[in-house]
Ligand binder design. Structure first.
Ligand SMILES: Cc1cc2nc3c(=O)[nH]c(=O)nc-3n(C[C@H](O)[C@H](O)[C@H](O)COP(=O)(O)OP(=O)(O)OC[C@H]3O[C@@H](n4cnc5c(N)ncnc54)[C@H](O)[C@@H]3O)c2cc1C
Length: 458
């Protein structure tokens, strides 16, 4: 009896335990064939931004071609589509890797229920994480709220070795679908000139190998430098499961750069864990006291938000980051922190507003990492930066883009200013006549933020 492998955020063939489980089940039950399925679910597709949709489309093409064009794509509600496919195929089990996001958990519960009503089973093997969310707990059984002890417990817990490749490739792929014809991978949305790197499992592997050879050793020293290509660029591949973190962890050693990289992967795992334990934190302040913080609303707040989205705040490092987002659908981590801090602490806007803009425009948009990255900066999240530590957008630029190359790359109006002087264009107005003046006074807004924070504490 064939089985179904329902791909979701695990768009790869290698190191895929759910695939092995599907194959095992199919062999135990009979002919050993597995139908690879992807369900285009409007609940996820419609609210996604175009960079995320475009990446998914490209990744599905890559997966389909690695499966010999056998991927069946069906459109609709998974709680209807998945049982329909299983029934038409005569499959007893549908195999998945667990999804721990708030929507994924609800969706999988309804799919499991619908399958069970028809005498079939949703079988879960593995997850997009090295250690599944919920598994690492404090001694008293409660979840960690602070990263460093989480990291220690996570590292001590450990993870499995990468899964073996399925043997007898590709004979096990089900090719005769009968009524289950693929409805096709959707057309790619227009990206208005945004350039995306290559999607898919092979591209992910190649990216990892290049990073490992060229940058991993110096990662600990250089990863904060916005002007250098010193980070892995793997976030989008991890987001879609084109490569599994276990594959990366298995190839890390004990050198300093390796350890720092392992810790960064653990942030992704930590935030997934936190969101799983507190699903409402995708929308509201994890530290509920911050709901009482005074935020700005109205037309001036809206104008400032618009200037931030366009990269026209008059602060070069902030503007370069916001324009990198529009040009590439990706922003360097240090710059994400600075632009987020600027929105919350210089413009006094709710973090949710900025987080929504990121979710729409990031190619690596991931609910757990994004919402909790924002909450960390806003001071309302886990292990948060203390609220009173407010990034100075000019000093951050001078420190992490010392020669100004990052700013000039994304802000052409500033290309007339050489070196690090580009971070203070108001000192050379004749060299950048088309660049806007700062929309706020950082020193004043910093004081205002601290005043609001003191009021909240009272
Ligand atoms: C406000 C804000 C929003 C963010 N939104 C997202 C998001 O939507 N999706 C996303 O994947 N990351 C997000 N991050 C985390 C981080 O900025 C990106 O993961 C990183 O910049 C991706 O580039 P990279 O792959 O080259 O990272 P590397 O430096 O090469 O890091 C390796 C991997 O570790 C993980 N990682 C590193 N830093 C973090 C972190 N702080 N939190 C969680 N995981 C981390 C990522 O999976 C990353 O690919 C956000 C951070 C902030 C401050």
């Amino acid at each position: 009896m064939p089985s179904v492998l329902w791909f979701r955020r695990d768009l790869r063939r290698h190191d895929n335990p759910a695939l092995l489980a599907a194959l095992d089940a199919a062999r135990t039950d009979g002919d050993g064939e597995v139908l690879p399925l992807f369900v285009l679910d409007n609940a996820l597709w419609t609210p996604s931004g175009d960079p995320r949709r475009a990446w998914l489309v490209r990744s599905l093409h890559a997966l389909d071609s690695s499966l010999g064009s056998a991927l069946v794509v069906r459109h609709g509600d998974p709680a209807v589509v998945v049982p329909e496919v299983a029934k038409a195929l005569g499959a007893r089990t549908v195999h998945i890797a667990a999804d721990f996001g708030p929507y994924g958990v609800r969706r999988d519960a309804s799919v499991a229920e619908a399958l069970a009503a028809d005498g079939r089973e949703l079988a879960t093997t593995g997850s997009p994480y090295a250690v599944a969310p919920g598994r690492v707990r404090k001694g008293d059984g409660t979840p960690y709220r602070v990263y460093t002890p989480f990291y220690r417990a996570w590292a001590a817990h450990g993870w499995r070795r990468p899964a073996a490749d399925p043997d007898a490739w590709p004979e096990w792929v089900r090719r005769t679908h009968g009524p289950l014809h693929s409805q096709g991978i959707p057309a790619e949305p227009g990206l208005g000139g945004m350039a995306l790197p290559e999607a898919g499992e092979d591209a992910a592997r190649a990216r990892w190998e290049t990073f490992r050879a060229d940058s991993l050793a110096s990662y600990g020293d250089l990863r904060d430098r916005a002007d250098l290509a010193a980070t892995s660029g793997l976030s989008v591949h991890l987001k879609w499961g084109e490569i599994h973190p276990r594959t990366l962890l298995a190839e890390l050693g004990d050198a300093a750069g390796h350890e720092v990289f392992r810790k960064e992967l653990a942030w992704r795992e930590f935030y997934a864990d936190v969101l799983h334990q507190a699903p409402a934190s995708a929308r509201t302040w994890l530290d509920e006291r911050f709901a009482g913080m005074e935020h700005d609303h109205g037309s001036t707040a809206d104008d400032r938000f618009e200037a931030w989205t366009r990269g026209e705040t008059g602060f070069p490092f902030v503007d370069a980051g916001m324009r990198q987002l529009l040009a590439e659908g990706w922003v360097h981590n240090r710059v994400r922190m600075v632009v987020a801090s600027f929105l919350v602490k210089d413009l006094h806007l709710e973090w949710q507003r900025g987080a929504r803009w990121f979710m729409t425009n990031l190619r690596d948009a991931d609910l757990a990492s994004n919402q909790h990255g924002w909450q960390w900066v806003a001071g309302s999240g886990t292990d948060a930066a203390p609220y009173f530590r407010i990034f100075n957008p000019v000093a951050q630029g001078q420190r992490f883009d010392p020669d100004g190359d990052y700013v000039r790359r994304y802000v052409p109006e500033l290309r007339g200013i050489e070196g690090g002087a580009v971070h203070e264009p108001w000192k050379a107005p004749l060299l950048a006549p088309d660049y806007p003046a700062p929309i706020v006074d950082h020193r004043e807004e910093r004081e205002e933020s601290l005043r609001r924070y003191a009021a909240l504490k009272r």
